[in-house]
Design a protein around this ligand. Structure first.
Ligand code: C2E
Ligand code: MG
Ligand code: MG
Length: 630
């Protein structure tokens, strides 16, 4: 007998100490090692093994050994001594193993004679593992050893349970943290984590005095693919994009998904601009390679805006915003490219860029509408025309002035679809008014140089007329002088074609453009619209004899060339008087009416209140009776 009463007393006392030790161990592997070590010492075994239960496979596997580790052993629950204990939880003590029918031998070396095997249970009594103590000497365990080890196993079970639970908690909270900071679709860091990581990268760069680059990447045709092929395809594409982006940068750089089809890359250590250029170029190239999603080839491209720390910004917000700005600039300039932020983009530039992106959506969101401003014949006190003036009712900003967004639309090329829409809508409205019984008046539509210059401009006009059914004589196109410069021959040809169709042609803002009067004689123009800047000074302290002379000349010129002359921006009766005096027969301006919404216009026409403003004693007689329009 190797065990003596004395050592067992020590064993019981030790149990308390062991309990404290087990309880203070937080690492599962260290805990298991401690269990086999202490269990072994407790019953004075030569070797002790801890098996854990693999619930899924209904197997035990050796997890910890006192002394040297050995290869993992697996045995089915119910088979072998340990398997049997794991099966019903009843301990087994063998003191003459080789002669015991339950012992099939062979498992743990040779000469094992005494085996003490006890189940390890959790607080609810379920078995989580088995401890097996071995001795080469037969008859080395007694009932007291069994009791001691059983008590020990209960402690061990609780300790394992506590540690595993803590571990699981830790794992769960780590998972939650991961989820909060990562994008579920691509597994990339999300915006939150991006901001944190960028913050760190910037701090690092400040200390070590190097640069950081932020690349804001927006896919160019993603929306179209997503809308036409469905979200599943879109999602798979985004995942592949995420992979390509990650492959395109160093392990230490950050690739994050900002949301939608926007990604952000942080190059945390930048040595020189060339390296950033190279990376941006290679990313663009990588994204141009076809993607295979559900068996079909998809092609996209990307627009990349880049900002640098410290050149383009000092903090996370600034750096990200500037990279974003630069990205929009790329979009506006034809996409599939990259560019660096330009530092002197000021507030107004930023608003401009933002408006550009908003304008893209304005048409499809139905935010564009037309107001109409009356044009009247002074002599006859008659409404002769309505100028269609576009309005953009932005959902957040309210009305944005065309003075602000038309130049943007021209810069981005959006003026083409917008212009086509204006033409169609104005024609449609004109026909609707005629159908409602209002006498026909000419509707004037402003045409931008970019629209006019296109080969399909005539088609656009024809299409609008066709679609609405408007008789061409009720449509007037307002062209600016600048638009008539260039290849006189082709311009003349286009204007002649338009005249053949039967629409009217006006020169808008006349007098402000290039003062080549030759075109007036050569081109088939019907109307001169005197720019408001000349009219505005009339009757004010700025009124000058020169301006007055100029106005007079224009009026005469118009007469002599057999053109209508209309003055824009007439606000006062003095202005009206002077214009009448010099023989300008038509006016448009706040004095008669501001541009009106469609709903207001009918009232304006029916009531005819403006006639009295013409201040002409005999006006009533010449007026086309307004009442008849009703
Ligand atoms: P525009 O064609 O010369 O239009 C006349 C502008 O003068 C309009 O400004 C009108 O509201 C304003 N106005 C009229 N009477 C008075 C007045 O008595 N006093 C003052 N101070 N202003 C007056 P709006 O509507 O802001 O349009 C500005 C410009 O935007 C237009 O100048 C035109 O060049 C352009 N625009 C408007 N709609 C369109 C469009 O559908 N297509 C294109 N390409 N350009 C458009
Ligand atoms: Mg105009
Ligand atoms: Mg004008």
């Amino acid at each position: 007998m190797t065990n003596c009463v004395n050592s067992r007393e020590v064993g019981y006392k030790d149990l308390v100490k062991i309990a404290v030790q087990l309880n203070s161990e937080t690492d599962l592997n260290r805990l298991l090692a401690l269990i086999v070590r202490e269990g072994n010492a407790l019953v004075q075994a030569e070797r002790t093994i801890l098996f854990m239960l693999d619930h899924e496979n209904h197997e035990l596997y050796s997890k910890a050994w006192s002394g040297q580790d050995e290869n993992e052993v697996r045995l089915p629950v119910g088979r072998g001594i340990a398997g049997m204990v794991a099966f019903d939880g009843e301990p087994i003590m063998l003191n003459d193993a080789v002669n015991d029918p339950r012992y099939s031998g062979g498992l743990f070396g040779h000469n094992v004679q005494s085996i003490l095997t006890v189940a390890v249970k959790t607080s609810d009594g379920s078995i989580t593992g088995v401890i097996q103590c071995l001795n080469k000497v037969a008859g080395s365990f007694e009932g007291a050893d069994l009791e001691l080890l059983t008590a020990f196993c209960d402690l061990a079970g609780l300790a394992i349970e506590r540690t595993t639970f803590a571990l699981e908690q830790k794992r769960l909270s780590a998972q939650l943290i991961f989820q909060a900071k990562h994008d579920a679709l691509t597994g990339l860091p999300n915006r939150l984590m991006l901001e944190e990581s960028l913050e760190k990268a910037l701090e690092d760069a400040k200390r070590k005095k190097h640069q950081v680059a932020v690349l804001f990447i927006d896919l160019d045709r993603f929306k179209m693919i997503n809308d036409s092929l469905g979200h599943t395809v879109g999602d798979a594409l985004l995942q592949q994009v995420a992979c390509r982006l990650q492959k395109g940068v160093r392990f230490t750089d950050i690739v994050a998904r900002q949301g939608g089809d926007e990604f952000v890359i942080v190059l945390s250590v930048v040595k020189n601009l060339q390296s950033v250029n190279r990376i941006a170029e290679s990313l663009l190239k990588a994204l141009q390679e076809p993607f295979i999603v559900s068996g079909q080839e998809l092609y996209i491209s990307a627009s990349i805006g880049i900002s640098l720390y410290p050149t383009h910004g000092e903090n996370v917000t600034e750096i990200l915003r500037h990279a974003d700005n630069a990205m929009y600039k790329v979009k506006d300039q034809g996409k599939n490219n990259f560019r660096f932020f330009v530092k002197d983009m000021d507030e107004s530039e930023q608003r401009r860029l933002w408006l550009m992106t908003q304008l893209h959506k304005a048409l499809e969101l139905g935010e564009l509408l037309l107001h109409y401003q009356p044009q009247v014949d002074i002599e006859q006190a008659k409404l002769v025309g309505l100028e269609a003036l576009i309005r953009w009712n932005h959902r957040e900003l309210g009305l944005v002035s065309p003075g602000e967004f038309i130049p943007l639309a021209e810069e981005t090329g959006l003026i083409i679809p917008i212009g086509a829409w204006v033409m169609e809508e104005a024609c449609r409205q004109a026909v609707e008014w005629q159908n409602r019984g209002l006498p026909p008046v000419r509707v004037s539509v402003n045409v931008s140089a970019l629209q006019f210059g296109r080969d399909d401009f005539i088609d656009t006009v024809l299409h609008a007329l066709d679609k609405s059914g408007l008789d061409p004589q009720w449509l007037e196109l307002e062209l600016t002088e600048g638009l008539l410069l260039g290849d006189t021959h082709s311009i003349a040809a286009k204007l002649n074609q338009l005249k053949e169709i039967g629409v009217y042609l006006a020169i808008d803002d006349f007098g402000t453009g290039y003062s080549s009067l030759r075109y007036l004689q050569q081109l088939p123009i019907d109307t001169l619209k005197i720019d408001q800047s000349f009219v505005r000074t009339l009757g004010t302290v700025q009124e000058s004899p020169k301006t007055k002379a100029l106005l007079k000349t224009i009026a005469m010129l118009g007469h002599n060339l057999d053109m209508r002359v209309i003055a824009e921006g007439v606000e006062t009766s003095q202005q009206l008087d002077y214009l009448e005096e010099i023989g300008c027969q038509e006016i448009q301006g706040y004095y008669i009416s501001r541009p009106l919404r469609v709903q207001e216009l009918e009232g304006f026409i029916r009531q005819g209140g403006w006639v009295s403003r013409l201040n002409k004693p005999g006006a009533g007689r010449n007026v086309i009776p307004i009442q008849k329009w009703a």
